[in-house]
Design a protein around this ligand. Sequence first.
Ligand SMILES: *[C@@H]1O[C@H](CO)[C@@H](O)[C@H](O)[C@H]1NC(C)=O
Ligand SMILES: *[C@@H]1O[C@H](CO)[C@@H](O)[C@H](O)[C@H]1NC(C)=O
Ligand SMILES: *[C@@H]1O[C@H](CO)[C@@H](O)[C@H](O)[C@H]1NC(C)=O
Length: 236
Amino acid sequence: MSVSEKLLVCLLSPALLIVTAQVSPIQVSGLITQSVSLAPTEHLAHPVEDVTWYYASNRIKFRIADFRNQQLSIQHSQFSQRLEVDNSGTRLWIRELRSEDTGSYTAAIVRQGTGQTVDLTFTLTVYEPVPYPEIKMEKVWITPDWCNFTLHCSAPTKSSALSYSWMYRHKERYQPYTNGTTIHVSLQPESWDGEYLCFIHNPADQKNVSISLQTICNDNSIRKSTTGGYNSRSVL
Ligand SMILES: *[C@@H]1O[C@H](CO)[C@@H](O)[C@H](O)[C@H]1NC(C)=O
Ligand SMILES: *[C@@H]1O[C@H](CO)[C@@H](O)[C@H](O)[C@H]1NC(C)=O
Ligand SMILES: *[C@@H]1O[C@H](CO)[C@@H](O)[C@H](O)[C@H]1NC(C)=O
């Protein structure tokens, strides 16, 4: 068999689904109070007889729901009235997410006829919404040819799951800028009517705030006070 034939056999074989699912759980992110669905990333080739869903946290594993005869029955009080299924029980919806729902989920899917079971594992992480960031202008140097400044973006939180990125927007066009909390920018006058946006994100949520360059680069009071030197102040 050639490599591509082998690959084709692998892709057609339902066994691959079992193997990949066991090796690496499917990562899912959810936002507290919102809904999330856990579902196979690949099509399941065989009709499904029944599905049992398990939840594990701190190495304790609970059976949380059974799907049999087209009926879902919820088996664990933590999830009462918060679970739904579709796709023959292979996709689980969890509503009104709580932080304690973070953990590992397994769907034990029994195939019709064969009695064979496929285990699919998911790792769900429930995140808090990210707060609105705040942009501070730290330094500005303005000459007739250049507007150079430093912007610092921060958020009132200690969460370590956050990352920061920036975009420059000019006439409805967005352009990614350097990642990170602080950016140094040098702009010539034709770009002074744009704005910078700071985005703060975790895997489940993002927020942005923007600062107009008009307020930085065309501010006459700053221009006067910065002639021959620099000035620093905060915006927002
Ligand atoms: C910023 O970080 C994201 C991942 O968080 C990455 O995909 C992107 O390429 C980065 N952009 C820049 C300009 O470094
Ligand atoms: C602003 O930045 C440009 C490009 O980096 C540089 O050539 C210029 O000297 C800077 N101007 C001031 C006033 O710092
Ligand atoms: C920035 O946030 C606002 C809501 O504050 C949102 O409407 C807008 O779509 C966001 N911009 C981008 C580019 O995501």
